[in-house]
Structure formats: C-alpha cells, structure tokens
Design a protein around this ligand. Structure first.
Ligand code: GRF
Length: 203
C-alpha cells in the first residue's frame, strides 16, 4: 500500500516506518513525507533515505480547510492509499479526516483513552501511573479518540524524569508503529462501524 507520512518535527517514528518499509516483504511502501513546518528535522532524515519530502506550511494558506486541501492534493499527487501521522502537531479538519477515515493512522504517546492531548509523560508522572505507554489508532474527527490498533505498555520507574519516561515510551513507539501499519496495509486491521476489526490473526 502506498503510504504517505505527515510530520511536524523530529521524525523518529517516520524513520522507524521508513526502515520497516525498506524490507521488500513489508506490505506498505513509503511514497512521501509531508511536513507543515520547514524546520522539521524529519525532512532531512527522509531525504537522506531517498524518500521525497515536501513542506506545506499553514501560513501559505488562508484557512485550515485550504491547508488540508493542499495536503490532500499532495497526497493525491503521491498516489497515496494510506496516511500515517507521525508527530503531526495540527488537528486535521473534519472533511479531511472523514475522507481518509479507515485509511489514516496516528501514534499517540500514552495508553489511550488515558492522557489524550499534549504533555502525556508529565501528566502520567503527576498522576502516579505505574505503567504508561503508547497507542496506534485510526484517526477520527475527535482528537485521540479513534479505534485502537496496537498498544505497548512500559513501566514507570521510581524517580523517573519526564525525559527518561519519554525515551522509554518512544522505543516502544518505534516497535509498534511499523507493526500496526503492517496490519492495516495487509487488511488484517480495519475500521468498521467505529471499531477496529482484526482478521487473519491467531489469538
Ligand atoms: C511521538 O512521541 C508521537 O507519539 C507523538 O509525537 C512524537 C513525535 O516524535 N505523536 P517523532 O517526530 O516521531 O520523533
């Protein structure tokens, strides 16, 4: 499946997806990277791996809708079948999300439905969580609410800093995001009636 990745920054999850997809047996091919920020470190990382990257800044467009329409046109230009959000830091408009629903996935650095939104590691520490983790889910119009495809849990260690916890979760992210993309690209995880339906997996 022809897969495009949307980023805004560092691009470590993007890099994990590109690395997994470099295997010819992987069912998704990364056809391009789109960033809303020209200073995203991920752009250089993508280009270094031979993946075309383009910047589509919000400031070049009059409205959120026009920005998302430009992204949609770029996705069409790439022949995109699946979209993976990897640290894309903007809320996408409902028409865009509805158009891609079931074909667009996101990684969130918490065990949803806990800790939607930002600062998940700080909030997990403040709450006194003893486990934390990450979630890959289908994207629906409500932020961080789409059906879950994969999760990984990590321990919260005594004396953890936000950075130490973030690094432990990030490792897990790099593990489950390619796995989840594989399931979606193979059609083994799909969205139906607001749920994730799994097929062809031995439990
Ligand atoms: C990750 O923690 C991801 O879960 C969140 O934003 C961060 C992006 O990091 N959505 P990177 O750009 O993939 O390194």
């Amino acid at each position: 499946k022809r897969t495009a990745i949307l980023i805004s920054g560092r691009g470590s999850n993007m890099t994990a997806l590109i690395a997994a997809a470099a295997n010819p047996d992987f069912p998704a091919e990364i056809v391009g990277v789109i960033s809303d920020r020209s200073d995203a470190a991920g752009i250089g990382l993508a280009i270094a791996r031979g993946i075309p990257a383009q910047v589509i800044p919000r400031a070049d467009h009059a409205s959120k809708e026009a920005h998302d329409a430009a992204i949609d046109a770029a996705l069409a230009g790439l022949g995109t079948e699946l979209v993976a959000l990897a640290g894309y830091m903007r809320l996408l408009t409902t028409p865009f999300v509805e158009k891609w629903q079931g074909r667009m996935i996101n990684i969130h650095p918490a065990l949803l439905p806990a800790f939607k939104g930002l600062d998940t590691h700080r909030r997990a520490l403040e709450t006194g969580m003893r486990i934390h983790g990450c979630t890959v889910h289908f994207v629906t119009p409500a932020m961080d609410e789409g059906p879950i495809i994969a999760q990984a849990a990590v321990p919260v260690l005594l004396g953890d800093s936000e950075d130490a916890l973030a690094a432990r979760v990030l490792k897990a992210e790099h593990h489950i995001y390619p796995m989840a993309l594989k399931l979606v690209a193979e059609g083994k995880a799909r969205m139906a009636e607001g749920r994730t339906v799994f097929t062809g997996l031995a439990e």
